[in-house]
Design a protein around this ligand. Structure first.
Ligand code: QV4
Ligand code: CA
Length: 477
């Protein structure tokens, strides 16, 4: 439950928010597998309510556990999981079982099922009003009974202590395991009792050996608990059950790279900043909620719109050994309800890929930005090494080695960085994987000359597109 079950040598998942299953299958084969991504978090797979104007958040309002959504049907989902596993990329499903939909007259689902939410009737599961907590709303986050037994924004709150509900959820999760998924993001875990979750997790099957997992492998479980302090429910209540989303990481990294804190303080990045232990912390710069002001963190959270700082924060997260890393991959938005790009207002459009790997057609595809996917590769290559030779200039210029395998430098000051630093790498010429890529003909970016003493002149001017420089032993020319 604590192990992502990645194929060997891989370390990082990407959230392909609102992507279609057919597109994810192709992306695994063409891009994620070759570039060393370990897994994909997919949007909720089970049937959700069809909401007017099709906001992204309709997928967090379940109607049933049929596997039909705007991303595709069960057969397409199964095909995607198989094809991604075949190229070493795991699938993690965002599972929503704290609640069903909110009040909704004549509710109809993406799979054609109907429901009467106001009477807590969901015949396609089936659930009746006996399976839910009595109606009350969550207003006071200092009362853990209210947080767990009342309705989050009016969403009908399931009672996970009931054996009928447990059975339905376990069946749903086991169905997904039988199709070859590697684990789950548990939505709204804060709003469920840890003892109920424990009962459910304990009944979930081991991963499927027919899909290539080791005998006895447990599904990876990462639980969405937003804990920035000051509430009744603590993230620590969930760490014996699985990994927990570390929102304090998202919040702090946003502050640092927005200039509200100095980069030199990153020297003790990790639990000393109030984060969970490394093996329990699922970390990210932004998620699908806080990148658009839902959830927690507010204006300090970075997203694709502030691209230089976003790439620097992402590079730091991926270069630093702390945590289990997740990269966000977004669609462009102007308002916080807006759903994904569509062909006709209803059906989700496929991303369009450009020659430089980037996406268009309304898709941002941060995971296809060179500065991000090359750092996913960096993290794989330096895995298992520690930080050494930390350097800083006393403010916002920092650098460190990862063992003798990689070196990274950041310039967050408004003046140039140009100095001789210890890279810990063998002598030679290296290609900076932020400004370019190593290719057959050499390097399309900056070159770094490492001397026999391991030192090199490192330059990141204030005017450069990116404030990061990174080299590793495989980027040697
Ligand atoms: C509205 C009113 C309510 C009223 C209700 C009455 O705002 O005051 O009680 O009508 O019917 C959508 C609308 C919301 C609406 C609700 C019910 O935005 O205005 O309530 O539907 O119709 C996502 C979105 C929500 C969305 C929800 C369901 O963020 O805006 O609500 O999906 O579609 C806390 C939790 C944390 C949660 C986070 C957002 O601790 O668990 O808030 N994060 C997860 C997901 C998130 C998702 C949910 C939980 C719910 O990451 O994406 O919410 O599944 O911090
Ligand atoms: Ca609840």
């Amino acid at each position: 439950q604590f192990n992502p079950n990645y194929a060997s040598g891989r370390t990082t998942m990407v959230h392909l928010f609102e992507w279609k299953w057919d597109d994810i299958a192709v992306e695994c084969e063409n891009f994620l597998g070759p570039k060393g991504f370990g897994g994909v978090q997919v949007s909720p797979v089970n049937e959700n309510v069809v909401a007017a104007s099709r906001p992204w958040w309709e997928r967090y309002q379940p109607i049933s556990y049929l596997l039909t959504t705007r991303s595709g049907n069960e057969q397409q989902f199964a095909d995607m999981v198989r094809r991604c596993n075949n190229v070493g990329v795991r699938i993690f499903v965002d599972v929503v079982f704290n609640h069903m939909t909110g009040d909704n007259v004549n509710a109809r689902g993406t799979g054609g099922s109907t429901a009467d939410p106001s009477n807590k009737s969901f015949p396609a599961v089936p659930y009746s009003n006996l399976d839910f907590h009595p109606t009350c709303s969550i207003n006071n986050y200092n009362d853990k009974y209210e947080v767990r037994n009342c309705e989050l924004v009016g969403l009908k709150d399931l009672d996970q202590s009931k054996s009928w509900v447990q059975d339905r959820v376990v069946d749903f999760l086991n169905h997904l395991i039988s199709l070859g998924v590697a684990g789950f993001r548990v939505d709204a875990a804060k709003h469920m009792w840890p003892e109920d979750l424990e009962k459910i997790y304990n009944r979930v099957n081991n991963l499927s050996t027919t899909h290539g997992f080791d005998t006895g492998a447990r599904p990876f479980i990462f639980q969405e608990v937003i804990d920035l302090g000051g509430e009744a429910v603590s993230k620590n209540e969930y760490t014996n059950l699985g990994v927990v989303t570390e929102f304090a990481h998202s919040n702090s990294i946003g502050k640092v790279f927005r200039g509200k804190d100095q980069l030199r303080w990153l020297i003790n990045w990790g639990p000393q900043w109030g984060f969970l232990n490394s093996d329990r912390a699922l970390i990210f710069v932004d998620n699908h909620d806080n990148q658009r002001g839902h959830g927690a963190g507010g204006a300090d959270i970075l997203n694709y719109k502030t691209s230089k700082q976003y790439k620097m924060a992402s590079a730091f997260m991926l270069a630093h050994p702390f945590g289990i890393t997740r990269v966000m991959s977004s669609f462009a938005f102007d308002n916080t309800d807006q759903g994904p790009p569509t062909t006709d207002g209803q059906n989700i459009a496929s991303p369009i890929f450009n020659d430089d790997n980037s996406c268009s057609g309304g898709w941002v595809c941060e995971h296809r930005w060179r500065q991000i996917y090359n750092m996913v590769g960096f993290r794989n290559i330096v895995a298992g090494t520690a930080i050494q030779n930390w350097w800083d200039n006393g403010s916002n210029q920092i650098a460190f080695c990862r063992g003798s395998k990689g070196f990274v430098a950041f310039n967050g000051d408004s003046y140039d960085l140009n100095t001789s630093l210890q890279t810990c790498l063998p002598a030679g010429t290296y290609c900076d994987i932020i400004s370019g890529v190593k290719s057959d003909s050499g390097c399309t970016g900056k070159r770094v000359e490492v001397g026999s003493d391991g030192r090199a002149t490192i330059s990141i001017t204030q005017a450069e597109e990116d404030g990061t420089l990174a080299i590793h032993f495989e980027s040697k020319l």
